[in-house]
Structure formats: structure tokens, C-alpha cells
Design a binder for this molecule. Structure first.
Ligand code: HMH
Length: 207
């Protein structure tokens, strides 16, 4: 039986919960997050999304033709997202040219390493990274201003649909793979779960 995205979620509920439920999100929802902590997350996530965009390009390079339409839609969303991050940083008078924190650097290096993996592993990882934010922000919605627009960006229903389509594409790529590739996809999923948890925590560790 080939591995599926749903199977990964069913098999590792605790790891996935830790990736998508965190005091950072709870405090955004309660409006009690410290500005410095939110700003740390924002600047680091901007850098993360830059690297994620490069990963998306690499995924497209390896994708079967039938998967391009959904992935190109993702690229358009990332173009908007990068511009939006810049606008949010300007509003908050944040300098985006800050050094990457160790956790962000580790996550970016992990994504760069995924480019060496076979397409089914890349597709599973791309899905998991988007699902983490979709579920994390949606699961702590609604949020009060000024956090509502952050919660909506990743928690909105259209984004949920996009993530479901990414799961279908990853599932179809996983269908015809050997056990080694499936094990690599599973390892990537678990690494992403850990890095997502660490990424929320990072907001409390630097400024
Ligand atoms: C850390 C992290 N994970 C996932 C996403 C979703 O793209 C993001 N922006 N940042």
C-alpha cells in the first residue's frame, strides 16, 4: 500500500499537533502576544518564504505536466505574499535585513537539501509546510486586529482547498514509489513537524 498524506497525519498526531498548536498562536488569538515576539516571527518568516519560493521553483522543475497548474497558482500566491510581508514590515517599521536566527537557518537549509530528493518527497514536504500554516492559523481563528489578516492569509478556505490539492498531487506522486522513497517522505514530514514547532518557539528566543 502506498503512503498517503492522510496516513502521515494519522500516524503522527502528537508531532503534528506540536507543529500547529503553540502559545505563539494562542497569544495572537488572545491579543496578548508581545510586539517584539510577533515582529521576530514576521521578519524571520519573510526570509523563510524567500527560501520556500526557491523550493517551489525546484518542485516545479521536477513536476509532471499535470501538476503544473496548481503549483503555478502557488507561485502567484507567493509573489503576493512576499510583497505583503514587505508592506507589513514597513507598517511596523521593521528592518527586514536582519540575520537569520539559527532555527530559520536550519529550516532553510533543510529546504535547500530537499532539492536533492525525488519528486514524491519534495511534493510531500511542500504539502506539509503549507498545511502546517493552514491548520496552525485556522485552528487559532478568529484573531483580533492586527493579527486577523495574518490568520486569514493562511487560514482562509481557498488556501485550505489549495492544500488539499497539494495533498492529492503528493499522493499521486507517492503512488508508484518504492519503500525507500516513502521512508524519505515520512522522514521529511517528521522533520517539518519538528521545525514548525521550533519556528514558533523562535519568536521567544531573539529580537
Ligand atoms: C515557518 C513557515 N512554515 C510554513 C509557511 C507557509 O508558507 C510559512 N510561511 N512559514
Amino acid at each position: 500500500m502506498p503512503l498517503t498524506c492522510q496516513q502521515l497525519l494519522t500516524q503522527y498526531p502528537n508531532q503534528w499537533q506540536a507543529a500547529t498548536v503553540h502559545p505563539f498562536l494562542t497569544q495572537c488569538q488572545q491579543g496578548s502576544i508581545q510586539a517584539a515576539q510577533f515582529n521576530t516571527w514576521l521578519v524571520q518568516d519573510y526570509h523563510f518564504v524567500i527560501e520556500f519560493t526557491r523550493f517551489a521553483a525546484n518542485l516545479i522543475q521536477a513536476a509532471p505536466t499535470a501538476h503544473l497548474d496548481i503549483l503555478l497558482g502557488g507561485i502567484i500566491a507567493l509573489k503576493d505574499e512576499l510583497t505583503w510581508f514587505q508592506a507589513k514590515a514597513t507598517e511596523r517599521q521593521l528592518n527586514l535585513n536582519q540575520a537569520l536566527q539559527p532555527t530559520c537557518k536550519t529550516y532553510c537549509q533543510f529546504m535547500a537539501g530537499l532539492t536533492q530528493q525525488p519528486y514524491p518527497v519534495k511534493a510531500t514536504a511542500f504539502w506539509a509546510i503549507e498545511l502546517a500554516y493552514n491548520q496552525g492559523w485556522q485552528g487559532h481563528s478568529p484573531m483580533p486586529a492586527p493579527y486577523a489578516e495574518f490568520a486569514d492569509r493562511w487560514g482562509n478556505a481557498a488556501f485550505t482547498t489549495y492544500v488539499e490539492l497539494l495533498a492529492q498531487q503528493a499522493d499521486s506522486a507517492l503512488q508508484d514509489t518504492d519503500e525507500t522513497t516513502q521512508a524519505q517522505a515520512e522522514t521529511a514530514f517528521l522533520t517539518i513537524a519538528r521545525l514548525e514547532k521550533d519556528f514558533w518557539q523562535m519568536a521567544y528566543e531573539g529580537s
